[in-house]
Design a protein around this ligand. Structure first.
Ligand SMILES: *[C@@H]1O[C@H](CO)[C@@H](O)[C@H](O)[C@H]1NC(C)=O
Ligand SMILES: *[C@@H]1O[C@H](CO)[C@@H](O)[C@H](O)[C@H]1NC(C)=O
Ligand SMILES: *[C@@H]1O[C@H](CO)[C@@H](O)[C@H](O)[C@H]1NC(C)=O
Length: 506
């Protein structure tokens, strides 16, 4: 390049000597060419998906090719609020039925999309046909394809969402520039994990947080699910990175930012991103869509505020590993963070190694959360498990401990658990020796002191969560629609099957 420019400038100079005016013209031309080639990367960003914050607008046709919008969850992050609304109202306008006007330019891709992810070996013919026929309807922006299972990204996920998404895009013949993924970033971060416990069903329907986590220690199947929750379901940034690497656009919505602006996620998605019909900043004829606090039935008693702050930090650390990877996409404008409140706000470059470990090894998050609980009502062998203080870098770790911590299979002890199914074996396990108990007490005391110290020394480092809050169970929204009696055609299949802890593969 330098050589070329050097050669050019020599030529230019020689021309300039003989014919000054022509030389000036050539110099100008070269300058224009160079300028346009260097700015080509910025012109590529011009097609970023527009956000419409106008307080009043009709349902807009965005123009260009037909598009696919993925509502990608993740689980336990207000996905169902958006799903319920969008799946119900993305349909052709019916004259006189004003509620059908808002999303008349969009079509819903179907309710069983999750099967393309969870049952990829099936033909799923009906699902594909429905999707195609809705996409083919004339004069629309495109289809909206939703499933919380689009969070199934990366090595700890039980399913492969990315392949399903690529297949959808390929079958509909949409180019990557016309793909948008809407992803929720639930904060405080620990709340999303706690919500998975609060909505656990089946065996864990009535369980305490301790049962839900400590009990899994001896159950490889359940452990796999917890690792999926930690490595995939609560990892929207990892998923976002995967989408962005495919060349798709991502709108990442932080829940706390919307709360503080007193606007709910359904309104944001419909009026600003999908550009549905809007009056006074709200979805026209759907102003009733409001926030609805739905505290869960189960009490979270295991953790005090210090414990919650540490668990929060654990999830934040992992998120921070994605900062250097995601920020370039915000410059390119393919990643757009809406209602940002705290994303990357606590990241500290000197901790990169710790962040990286948590990103690469969700089993360290699992160990840390498990050990943090101490599991007093369960027989758990903590050997090989990282403490939360170690995971966060507040306690030293030996190289041997580091190695052991990243083993993919966490040691499963044969001791009986509270479920009692293997109680016959209980007699065989030796009671802990006095030395062991003493050692455990000393460790606990040291850990307590460490936590105490951390909190004294770093009072300003943890803006969240506020001192006296408890994780909220649920941030879904309710919308009773008193004027509309018509039953809507969502079979609810996804709603029933996708509950947090047992939804997959069961
Ligand atoms: C989000 O907001 C926080 C707090 O203002 C800020 O520190 C952080 O840099 C922002 N993140 C992004 C990605 O803009
Ligand atoms: C646990 O039980 C399995 C068989 O169920 C056995 O193979 C294994 O050696 C046992 N592990 C320990 C630590 O006793
Ligand atoms: C919170 O509980 C931990 C043990 O889980 C204890 O070490 C710590 O001192 C407690 N903190 C407060 C503020 O009560």
């Amino acid at each position: 390049m330098i050589l070329t420019v050097g050669g050019l400038s020599t030529t230019i100079t020689s021309i300039a000597r003989s014919q000054p005016s022509l030389g000036r013209l050539v110099v100008l031309l070269v300058a224009v060419l160079l300028a346009s080639s260097s700015s080509s990367s910025s012109t590529a960003t011009a097609n970023a998906w527009p956000i419409n914050t106008d307080q009043e607008h009709e349902a807009l046709l965005l123009g260009g090719n037909k598009k696919i919008v993925f509502l990608a969850g993740p689980h336990n992050s207000a996905y169902y609020s958006v799903y319920k609304f969008v799946s119900k109202w993305s349909k052709a306008k019916e004259e006189g039925h004003v509620r059908t006007y808002a999303l008349t330019n969009w079509r819903w891709g179907g309710n069983d999309i999750h099967k393309l992810i969870t049952e990829p070996e099936e033909e799923n013919e009906e699902i594909w046909e429905k999707l195609q026929s809705r996409f083919d309807e004339p004069d629309i922006n495109g289809v909206i394809v939703g499933s919380a299972f689009f969070d199934q990204i990366g090595p700890s996920a039980k399913h492969d969402a990315l392949s399903a998404m690529k297949k959808i895009i390929e079958k509909l013949g949409v180019s990557k520039e016309d793909v948008l993924v809407i992803e929720h970033y639930r904060t405080p971060r620990f709340d999303q994990f706690v919500s998975m416990w609060k909505h656990a069903d089946g065996e864990y329907e009535e369980s305490t947080y301790e049962d839900w986590l400590c009990d899994t220690h001896n159950k490889p199947d359940e452990q796999t699910k917890r690792l999926d929750m930690l490595g995939a379901r609560t990892n929207p940034l990892g998923a976002s990175l995967a989408y962005l690497n495919e060349g798709w656009e991502v709108k990442l919505l932080e829940t706390t930012g919307m709360d503080s602006s007193d606007i709910n996620i359904v309104q944001v998605v419909v009026t600003q991103i999908l550009q549905g019909r809007t009056v006074n900043g709200l979805i026209a004829s759907h102003e009733y869509v409001k926030n609805h606090d739905n505290e869960g039935e189960r009490d979270f008693v295991e953790f005090n505020d210090t414990d919650i702050a540490l668990a929060e930090e654990l999830f934040r650390y992992r998120d921070c590993a994605y900062q250097p990877k995601l920020m370039p996409f915000t410059t390119e404008k393919t990643l757009d963070v809406l209602y940002n409140h705290s994303l990357f706000s606590t990241c500290d470059g000197s901790k990169t190694e710790l962040y990286q470990r948590l990103m690469e090894h969700p089993q360290i998050m699992y160990s840390a959360l498990l050990r943090q609980l101490k599991c007093p009502n369960h027989d758990v062998d903590f050997a090989g498990h990282t403490t939360i203080a170690q995971a966060l870098g507040y306690e030293k770790m030996s190289e041997a401990e580091k190695k052991e911590a990243v083993q993919t299979t966490i040691q499963v002890s044969n001791k009986s658990t509270s479920s009692g199914s293997t109680s016959g074996a209980a007699g065989a396990s030796k009671p802990p020796s006095a030395t062991l108990i003493l050692m455990q007490m000393v460790t606990a005391a040291l850990f307590g002191y460490q936590v105490f110290k951390i909190n004294l020394a770093r009072p300003l480092r943890k803006p969240e969560p506020p001192a006296s809050r408890r994780p909220s169970a649920e941030i879904e929204f309710e919308y009773e629609d008193p004027q509309l009696q018509e039953d809507y055609d969502v079979e609810g299949s996804e709603m029933v099957k996708l509950t947090a802890s047992t939804g997959k593969g069961n």
